[in-house]
Design a protein around this ligand. Structure first.
Ligand code: SF4
Ligand code: SF4
Length: 366
């Protein structure tokens, strides 16, 4: 990364420590492309350290319920912080401050108290997401909310469109000073924890988190209408429909990825509502627990907002009748004991999608 326009010091308010907020979702190694790469954190930490700033690195990931240090070590961010002279902070123990929000779901959120004393720089990972289609800048703001309050959001707004509305409602309260998206290597398909590693070779950065997500949506080849948070951000004028993009060392063609594999849930959004209601009942993907892989750590139970995950003896089980498919357990389980089990209709769809992908690759000769 070269010198940013106007200099790095212009990107964040002067005199404050810089709080880097990567997506550390759960204790998974960097090569899985589920979490922001530690080198990405290290490079940005070094840049501000060289300018005399104190640099903190913190996130409140779902996997924190099983020990934050384990997440820091597995994701490589502990080593990155040591190398750059940055300080790792636990957002679970730094206190919180209330911010009012205008929303039909809640009146206020509590975010880390560091938001008042440090300049937040958000470092999301570019990934597709089964629930929100894309996880980028707006969704990464959830990492500033300590503890399990974020899981509660799924209970308040279980439908994906309602959840997206809630995310857009709280976005102004979570707006970082600047966002740098780790799109060097991202994840496509059924993210945010599964899916396939996809090299994009890009860093997407901007001061307006909603505008950054619009750009990410375009470069993945998705329509704004298909990504509910982007659709709502545009409707509320949180960002211009055509954000100005300055290319540093790139050509326009470097930004075209029209073959990014969308999550399996995307096609449902193109159906008329009555058909959607019917299809929604057939096309179900539910989390389930692989008994032999479960270590009985209880992380999924503690992260479940509706009590659908519970322990039966030493192993976790999920009650499908109670489950609202928020995927918190799936994101939390670092042992990959929680997996997504598709219904028959969903398996048929995936079979068709894999066939289409093989056919496309054959035609391209790859
Ligand atoms: S499924 Fe088992 S290993 Fe995974 S989070 Fe739940 S209790 Fe822990
Ligand atoms: S079982 Fe998992 S997916 Fe279902 S509601 Fe609980 S945390 Fe969400």
């Amino acid at each position: 990364m070269g010198e940013a326009a106007g200099g790095w010091d212009c990107l964040v308010p002067p005199g404050l420590p810089v709080l880097l907020n990567p997506n550390l979702m759960s204790a998974r190694e960097p090569a899985r492309a589920v979490t922001t790469h530690p080198l990405f954190c290290e490079v940005l930490a070094r840049i501000w350290r060289e300018r005399g700033r104190e640099v903190l690195i913190g996130d409140s990931p779902a996997g924190a319920v099983r020990g934050l240090r384990r997440v820091w070590e597995a994701t490589g961010v502990a080593e990155a912080a040591r190398a750059a002279g940055a300080r790792l902070v636990s957002l679970e123990t730094e206190g919180s401050v209330a911010r009012p929000v205008a929303s039909r779901f809640l009146n206020e959120i509590r975010l880390t108290a560091l938001a008042d004393t440090a300049a937040v720089v958000s470092l999301p990972k570019l990934k597709t997401h089964f629930l929100t289609i894309l996880t980028g800048a707006l969704k990464n703001g959830l990492g500033l909310i300590p503890g399990l309050a974020k899981a509660e959001f799924h209970r308040l707004a279980p439908h994906p469109d309602d959840f997206a509305e809630l995310l857009v409602d709280i976005a102004p309260a979570l707006q970082p000073a600047f966002t740098f998206v780790d799109a060097v290597v991202g994840l496509e398909g059924d993210g945010p924890a599964s899916g396939e590693v996809r090299p994009f070779g890009l860093v997407v950065a901007g001061a307006n988190a909603a505008a950054v997500d619009i750009v990410l949506t375009r470069l993945c080849g998705f329509e704004a209408e298909e990504v509910p948070t982007v659709r709502l951000s545009l409707a509320r004028k949180l960002a211009p429909p055509e954000p100005e993009v300055v290319l540093l060392g790139l050509r326009e063609t470097d930004l075209v990825f029209d073959d990014v594999a969308a999550p399996g849930s995307l096609w449902l959004r193109h159906l008329p509502r009555p058909v959607l209601r019917f299809a929604g009942k057939q096309f179900v993907i539910r989390p389930a627990v692989r008994e032999e892989a479960c270590t009985g750590c209880r992380a999924c139970v503690e992260s479940c907002p509706v009590g659908a995950a519970r322990m039966e003896g030493e192993r976790a089980v999920i009650d499908p009748a109670k489950c609202i498919q928020c995927l918190c357990c799936y994101e939390t389980c670092a042992d990959e004991a929680v997996y997504l089990r598709p219904s028959r209709a969903a398996r048929l769809y995936y079979g068709f999608r894999d066939f289409r992908r093989r056919w496309r690759d054959r035609r391209r000769g790859t």
